[in-house]
Design a protein around this ligand. Structure first.
Ligand code: ADP
Ligand code: ASP
Ligand code: MG
Length: 450
């Protein structure tokens, strides 16, 4: 095949990602055949079976704590679950044997950590086992049915740099190299979530990271479409875990989707929209339990003014710095931001008055050190257990009426901070976490009449 032909065929490849519940049982894996096996070239990205990554986190915590007996019993329980899936998934003796050998090797590997030193590197290796298992199980399952697929090891092409950011240029060149090893193949299966870091060690894209794997692959290959298959029919207008009546939003702009994902809509990993947005690859959110449902498409140029959806992010800490020196002073905010920069702590919201600045962070790891440094600028107050409500849409040039609708809906809820006008797509409001659910329900009523 000429290099032009190869390039052409890769840019024609769809990327389909299936989340934990979509591979969560033998039946669910069997149901994937209908969605993944046809003539269209594609890369299928799989998460770990649902519950597995949580179990691996528990196992890693026990190993850290040197509670080896506890770790062993957690490993035994998880292995038992996988043995059951193998028996159900495969129909032939040869298939079952291959499946059990796969389980032997991954669970013996997990047990080996009960004997050794356990550090952050070993933890990452433990967390990677879920996706390695699910992809190999599905690949063997297809083989048993006579369908050829290629298992692409994600650590061979998926990489984060020294700032823990995906390295798209590296991913692009290495993924192409891996694909070129299999000319003429049209069905590739790879692990979501796992990658290598700048030191070449096994690492991951943080919880929910399989979505990110899919959008990075789609961006790297400039795919026609990235499909995220999950257990709900698209991005809903509000958090369906909290609010009873919600509905799927048919279309979202990249900006709207990025804000919703970052501010708590669990259906998407917080930063997974960015690679797709960068390369303008549409992302479709679809439901494996209801494949005919329309779902949501995320794409460019959605221009209608509207309030589209709301989401909420917990675990926020608000910090207020009050200082007489801020009055008429330039350079004050820079000094404040530099403190956060030094501790590599991103700021989500910010509001200022003439004598004070309030901002929020979602990573309190260096909070004490940050507060100590900020004390040099004035008095510092810290409020933990806050939540950011994020109202997303397109608030056009005139911007009439949007803010009043939001505040009217929230009239019973005490508000700690407001951020409006930072972009055309977002109004952020800080409330105490204990009022978050009431606030989401009130917004559903006030903004969507539900
Ligand atoms: P997967 O395992 O497929 O990645 P996730 O559990 O990560 O699935 O994401 C799907 C879940 O996201 C849904 O079951 C739903 O409870 C939750 N969710 C939270 N906010 C939203 C929203 N605005 N729209 C749709 N789903 C949402
Ligand atoms: N298995 C990983 C997790 O549970 C990644 C994912 O499912 O997206 O976080
Ligand atoms: Mg997810």
């Amino acid at each position: 095949m000429s290099s032009f032909a190869r390039f052409y065929s890769y840019s024609n490849m769809l990327v389909l990602k299936f989340g934990g519940t979509s591979v969560g049982s033998a039946q669910r894996m069997q149901a994937l055949v209908k969605l993944t096996v046809d003539d269209r070239p594609k890369i299928v990205v799989l998460s770990a079976m649902s519950g597995t990554t949580n179990s691996l986190v528990e196992i890693a915590n026990a190993l850290y704590a040197k509670e080896n007996d506890k770790a062993k019993s957690l490993i035994d329980a998880l292995e038992k679950k996988y043995r059951g899936v193998i028996e159900e998934l495969y129909t032939t003796d040869a298939g079952k044997q291959k499946g059990h050998e796969l389980i032997d090797s991954h669970f013996n590997y997990l047990r080996s950590f009960t004997l050794d030193l356990f550090t952050a590197n070993e933890e990452k290796a433990v967390l990677a086992q879920g996706e390695l298992l699910s992809t190999a199980m599905y690949h063997y399952f297809l083989a048993e049915k006579g369908t050829k697929s290629v298992l692409l090891p994600a650590p061979d092409f998926m990489r984060i740099d020294e700032n823990e950011e995906p390295d798209l240029a590296y991913i692009e060149s290495h993924l192409r190299k891996e694909l070129e090893k299999h000319p003429g193949e049209i069905l590739f299966i790879t692990q979501g979530y796992i990658c290598r870091n700048a030191f070449g060690e096994i690492d991951n894209l943080k919880r929910g990271g399989s979505d990110y794997t899919a959008t990075l692959i789609g961006a790297a290959l400039q795919s026609p479409e990235i499909q995220i298959w999950t257990d709900i029919d698209g991005m809903h207008n509000n958090d369906p875990r909290v609010v009873d009546k919600t509905f799927p939003v048919t279309e979202l702009s990249f900006e709207e989707a990025a804000e919703l994902a970052y501010f708590g809509a669990k259906i998407l990993h917080p930063t997974c929209v960015l690679p797709a947005q960068k390369r303008k690859v549409p992302v479709r959110l679809l439901n494996t339990m209801q494949p005919e449902a329309k779902g949501t498409v995320i794409r460019e140029n959605i221009s209608d003014d509207r309030i589209t959806a709301v989401a909420a992010k917990d675990g926020i800490t608000a910090i207020k710095i009050k200082s007489g020196r801020m009055l008429l002073a330039y350079g004050f905010l820079r000094s404040v931001f530099e403190v956060f920069e030094r501790y590599r702590t991103p700021i989500d919201m910010i509001t200022t008055s003439e004598v004070a600045v309030s901002l929020t962070i979602d990573n309190p790891k260096h909070l004490d050190a940050i507060v100590e440094e900020l004390n040099a600028f004035g008095s510092v107050e810290v409020d933990r257990d806050q939540a950011i409500l994020c109202i997303v849409g397109r608030f056009g040039a005139e911007k009439q009426g949007y803010a009043s609708r939001v505040f009217d809906a929230l009239k019973e809820i005490p508000i700690r901070m407001i951020s409006y006008g930072g972009s055309e797509h977002n109004i952020s409001i800080l409330v105490e976490t204990k009022r978050k659910n009431d606030a989401l329900k009130a917004l559903n009523k006030g903004l969507f009449n539900l």
